[in-house]
Design a protein around this ligand. Structure first.
Ligand SMILES: Cc1cc2nc3c(=O)[nH]c(=O)nc-3n(C[C@H](O)[C@H](O)[C@H](O)COP(=O)(O)O)c2cc1C
Length: 184
């Protein structure tokens, strides 16, 4: 099973990227996980549709080649970061080639606060519904990250966080397998 991870932050100190790396480190047997980057994408405009640039084509191909996608993102101004929204618009176009159509997707978000990313996650669910993605409903997961969550090499230092991430990954794998059975 190949799972692509999309990180909603471009911050060089992103806690959401730390979570993404921790997930990759915790990949269950038989599951291959890697980040799909969107930082090369310019601001989308339909002017690109007639001759989609390489960055857009590669971004779409990487999503389409994945059995599932995990989006791990911060909340910006009670919604998803603008850069992530731009990347999702690139994936949805040109019209009729939506890369998320029928794709199992799971959402995750990390912040320093207790309820951080809850509003972002609801907005992201609405976008993914429009894309006809198969979005995992539960477990909804709002990660509160503190300076002691990760060790010096990015390893998960907080045992409770490790347990949550392992349980989350098990739920994602079950979600993908359930979806595969429905379509068998
Ligand atoms: C432009 C901006 C808007 C933000 N808005 C919110 C918000 O609405 N809710 C929230 O919980 N945190 C908000 N934050 C704080 C982020 O949750 C925090 O910076 C987090 O560490 C960003 O994730 P990252 O480290 O993965 O980049 C905002 C941060 C920025 C830079």
């Amino acid at each position: 099973m190949r799972i692509g991870i999309i990180v909603g932050s471009q911050s060089s100190t992103s806690i959401n990227r730390q979570v993404a790396k921790a997930l990759i480190g915790l990949a269950p047997e038989g599951v291959e996980m890697a980040e799909i980057a969107w930082n090369e994408l310019p601001i989308y405009t339909p002017d690109y549709d007639a001759d989609y640039p390489a960055a857009g084509r590669e971004w779409k191909s990487a999503i389409e080649a994945s059995d599932a996608i995990i989006i791990v993102s911060p909340e910006y101004s009670r919604s998803i970061p603008g850069g992530l929204k731009n990347a999702l618009d690139w994936a949805a176009r040109p019209w009729g080639t939506n890369s998320f159509n029928g794709k199992p997707v799971a959402i995750l978000g990390a912040s320093g606060g207790a309820i951080g990313t809850a509003a972002m996650q609801q907005h992201l669910r609405a976008i993914l519904g429009h894309f006809n993605a198969i979005t995992m409903g539960q477990p909804e997961t709002f990660l509160q990250i503190t300076p002691s969550s990760f060790g010096a090499n990015g390893e998960v230092a907080d045992e409770a966080l490790g347990t949550i991430l392992e349980g989350y990954l098990a739920a994602v794998v079950a979600h993908v397998e359930r979806f595969a059975q429905v379509n068998a």
